[in-house]
Design a protein around this ligand. Structure first.
Ligand code: FES
Length: 101
């Protein structure tokens, strides 16, 4: 029972996505949709926005935001990218595409 509740809470948290850039707090990141495309947004502590295409440069998996390390992490094979999209951990070797918003 407790395990099911914890799993349910975790799943619900994963489903919650900000609908707009305005809902992302400073020093946080999230994936939002702009014109039907996924866009990875990070707002620095001053509110400056960094936007990337949130697909791994290795084989294209959807990345997730790691707010502890301020990185975009790939759940498939472990590639990591900094908040500006620069590749910092293999197997991905290319940086993420930077998006203009
Ligand atoms: S698809 Fe991201 S590390 Fe392989």
């Amino acid at each position: 029972m407790l395990k099911e509740t914890v799993n349910s809470i975790a799943l619900n948290k994963m489903k919650i996505k900000p609908e707009s850039i305005e809902k992302i707090e400073n020093d946080n990141g999230a994936i939002i949709q702009i014109d039907g495309d996924n866009v990875g947004i990070y707002k620095d502590p001053e509110g400056k926005i960094y936007a990337v295409k949130p697909n791994c440069s290795h084989l294209g998996c959807l990345l997730s935001w790691n707010n502890l390390d301020k990185t975009w992490d790939c759940p498939c094979h472990g590639s990591r990218f900094d908040y500006m999209g620069r590749n910092i951990y293999e197997p991905g070797i290319h940086d993420l595409e930077v998006k203009k918003i």
